[in-house]
Design a protein around this ligand. Structure first.
Ligand code: NAP
Length: 629
């Protein structure tokens, strides 16, 4: 699969340009893997290369490629070699915990992190069925895993196509905000993005391609929206009810794997007077085709990832835009955001064995240290620091960024610089948001919204902002997990009742007692907060955890997998303790203004653990915590 059609003319200058444009750390490690040249091994990380070292690396890589360029995939290095290469990549010796969590990130295997049958594949009962709910990233990862294991499955997808949130969200300028080399599946090694940060339509195309190429598509029933599932404890089966184009249907499942996502339900605000507003109200997750704001006055409510991503294109088109900001955000730039992928880089990906692997690894390695942003440092605070040295440095860098973006406009700076620490919330990526605020046709409004009027929005300072359309970029009902469907477990317990005390919880984000044979991907407390990797790696990890449980049950002749209540309680107690020390639940993290924290004041979206530790929990099944019967 490739978004690039024309073959470039490859000569010496082209190859040199390719290397110069590339991530030089990836070049360094890939070249070493191919040559074992000690001079390359001795080079420091790319940021520390002096001019002569940089030239040495580039000229050696270009010369090697002139003679050896090849579309062959590199063989998987043995464990010792892999460890050497990984240490060379980041120039740090890593411990076993980290090595185990990272060893498949460079993705030399065909299906990294997926499981295979451990021993003989048993006879699969004729009526055996796994029902997967959703065909976004999680559902597709699950489908590929089940295809590879040769297990019967059906994916129920309410949309007419695969893609999940990428099918739902079609607002202007939507695109990934983590670089695509990390926001893709490691088993699809041949997709070449047309931009460094793939746009929404391309992500949809990519996911449809994955679905068709690796198996899930033919197992998917589109237009099928699950409404209810009931566990039949007599037969250890789930009875799954869903609406389909042919009307209500039922399917029986031995196991349910739920990939409905955290951002499944848009949050629609309800301001006083909203119904009286005479213009259009648009939620980005319900974006109609063909919207044209030319000559219109538009309000944008919200400055999360969505509101920030869509402002620039809206402001370029509309006559005037009022941006309603309730809480300032830390919004940061990303290198190559919006930039096309050069033909030279595409050529390198196809012709430099190991480059795709090590570019991917190095792009993910950029996140290895993020745990440091949220860990407390009491000594530092006692000395007058705000949170810890690393976080305070980021805060000062981002403050400088804001000041530069708004050309030193004191009034804007005052309104825009948050009074809480960065990394308390999901980082927001700048798509020209600050710059847009400096346009003549854009105003930032910070007085709280009092009500809607027929002609616009009135703020608490008494001003009425007349607009023709309102964009409510107000986010998602993150707390209503699995909703509006209901799941009735053993004794008919509803999952929503089970979670009524303080919001959704799970054992290692995937399993809930009383709800046997059901796994959730991107479930409660799943989103890795730190030291992590891109999310697509995690979708595969969670899918393979569920697959480990299912294959083990089949091999043991068991029909039911439960998490023990004691394990669920113990895990959640430890999780709450771990979360409590982190920035997000401290005053400096402004927990009251953060969808990571639920209405009961507990962290619900994230896994608070150090990334490699959470990786261990999700890959090495603690069979003593489970009951197979
Ligand atoms: P969000 O982060 O929850 O932001 C919602 C925004 O609306 C906030 O600014 C919030 O203000 C504001 N808001 C909500 N209710 C309001 C009200 N009644 N009055 C005034 N303001 C109100 O939602 P999002 O921007 O849609 O992003 C959600 C998540 O989706 C992201 O964090 C990210 O994980 C994902 N996402 C990813 C991408 C990408 O990768 N490209 C793009 C978009 C979204 P407060 O801050 O005061 O609450």
């Amino acid at each position: 699969m490739s978004a690039h059609a024309a073959e470039p003319a490859v000569d010496r200058a082209f190859i040199r340009r390719a290397v110069e444009l590339a991530d030089l750390n990836a070049v360094r490690v890939a070249l070493y893997q191919n040559t074992h040249d000690p001079e390359i091994a001795a080079l420091p990380k790319a940021v520390e290369l002096d001019e002569a070292q940089r030239e040495l690396l580039i000229s050696k890589a270009a010369a090697w490629l002139e003679a050896n360029a090849s579309t062959e995939r590199p063989a998987e290095p043995d464990e010792a070699e892999l460890r050497t290469l990984m240490n060379l990549a980041t120039k740090e010796e890593m411990g076993d915990l980290e090595f185990n969590a990272r060893r498949e990130l460079a993705a030399f295997k065909d299906f990294p992190l997926m499981i295979e049958w451990d021993g003989e594949k048993p006879a699969i009962p004729d009526d055996f069925m796994v029902v997967v709910i959703g065909s976004g990233f999680s559902g597709l990862a699950t489908g590929v895993q089940l295809t590879n294991l040769g297990l019967p499955y059906t994916i129920l997808e309410r949309r007419p196509e695969p893609g999940g949130t990428w099918s739902v969200n079609r607002y202007p300028d939507i695109r990934v905000d983590t670089i695509s080399i990390t926001y893709e599946f490691a088993f699809e090694k041949d997709y070449r993005w047309s931009e460094y940060f793939g746009r929404g339509a391309e992500v949809r195309e990519y996911l449809e391609g994955v679905s068709k190429k690796f198996g899930p598509y033919e197992h998917t029933k589109f237009g099928c929206d699950v409404t209810k599932a009931t566990f039949d404890a007599e037969r250890d089966k789930w009875i799954v009810e869903y609406d389909s184009p042919e009307g209500p249907q039922t399917i029986e499942a031995n196991f349910i794997i739920n990939g409905v996502g955290t951002f499944a339900n848009p949050k629609f605000p309800s301001f006083e007077g909203q119904d009286s507003f005479e213009g259009d109200i648009l939620h980005p997750a319900r974006w109609p085709d063909g919207v044209d704001f030319s000559g219109k006055r538009v309000a944008v409510i919200g400055n999360g990832s969505t509101g920030v991503q869509l402002l620039a294109p809206v402001a370029e088109q509309a006559a005037h835009v009022d941006v309603f900001q309730r809480t300032p955000q830390w919004i940061s730039p990303r290198d190559k955001y919006g930039a096309p992928m050069e033909p030279e880089i595409v050529w390198l990906l196809d012709n430099f064995p190991g480059f795709w692997n090590w570019w991917r690894y190095m792009a993910i390695a950029g996140l290895f240290g993020t745990h440091g942003f949220i860990l407390p440092d009491e000594e530092w605070v006692a000395k007058g620091g705000k949170w810890n040295p690393m976080n305070d440095q980021l805060r000062s860098d981002l403050t400088a960024y804001i000041k530069a973006q708004v050309n030193g406009d004191e009034e804007l700076i005052e309104q825009l610089v948050p009074d809480y620490a960065p990394f308390s919330r999901r980082p927001v990526v700048d798509n020209g948001w600050y710059k847009s605020l400096t346009r003549d046709n854009v105003d930032l409004v910070t007085s709280p919204i009092a009500r809607f009027t027929p002609k616009g929005i009135e703020t608490e300072d008494g001003e009425v902002h007349e607009v023709d359309a309102v964009i409510t970029a107000t986010g998602f009902e993150v707390m209503k997990y699995l909703w509006p469907a209901d799941y009735l477990g053993v004794d008919g317990t509803s999952i929503h009742d089970f979670w009524s005390e303080d919001g959704p919880r799970a054992y290692i984000s995937m399993m809930v007692p009383k709800f046997p044979n059901m796994f959730m991907l991107y479930g409660p407390n799943s989103q890795p907060l730190s030291g992590g990797t891109g999310l697509p790696v995690w979708y595969v990890i969670w899918a393979s955890y569920a697959a480990q449980c299912i294959t083990h049950a089949l091999q043991e002749g068991k029909t039911r997998v439960d998490v023990k209540s004691e394990a669920f309680e113990r895990y959640n107690k430890a999780l709450d303790i771990e979360a409590s020390t982190l920035l997000l639940l401290q005053e400096e993290g402004a927990p009251q203004e953060n969808y990571y924290i639920n209405e009961y004041g507990r962290m619900q979206v994230n896994a608070p653990w150090y990334g490699p530790e959470y990786h261990r929990m999700c890959t090495e099944v603690e069979w003593d915590d489970l009951e197979l019967s």
